[in-house]
Design a protein around this ligand. Structure first.
Ligand code: DGP
Length: 118
């Protein structure tokens, strides 16, 4: 593992070494509630494989990247926010204020969330 591919706390969550409110998991992705929710529903959907940022995504990851969206859709329905809408956010790098260098999709909704909350 290179310095740029150093594990984060999210790898520990996937391995269940530290607690998290996991709402979905399969062979490609895991989803759990954000520790600092900025909306009534705030879930992070992450690849099980450590991909630090969008810049590190390769063709081999296309199935996993697609799964992030299909799980977002599934969870939005499950959480009851499909009809009124929600936002999916993926921050990449320092200018986007990415905090955790394990690629993650924020699923946020549950009220009118206004502009730019993640
Ligand atoms: P970002 O700025 O896009 O890198 O967002 C990182 C998010 O991860 C932030 O909303 C807070 C969340 N987060 C950080 N550490 C933990 C943790 O240990 N558990 C959970 N559930 N969420 C975390």
């Amino acid at each position: 593992m290179t310095e740029e591919h150093k594990e984060t706390i999210f790898s520990s969550i996937i391995r269940k070494e530290i607690p998290a409110d996991i709402v979905y998991e399969d062979e490609l992705v895991t989803a759990f509630r954000d520790i600092n929710p900025r909306a009534p529903v705030h879930i992070l959907i992450i690849p099980n494989k450590l991909i630090p940022t969008v810049n590190d995504v390769t063709e081999d990851d296309e199935l996993t990247m697609g799964r992030l969206f299909s799980v977002a859709k599934l969870l939005a329905k499950k959480e009851g926010i499909s009809e009124n809408g929600y936002r999916l956010v993926v921050n990449c790098g320092s200018h986007a204020r990415q905090e955790v260098y394990h690629l993650h999709m924020h699923l946020v909704g549950g009220n009118d969330i206004g502009p730019m909350i993640c």
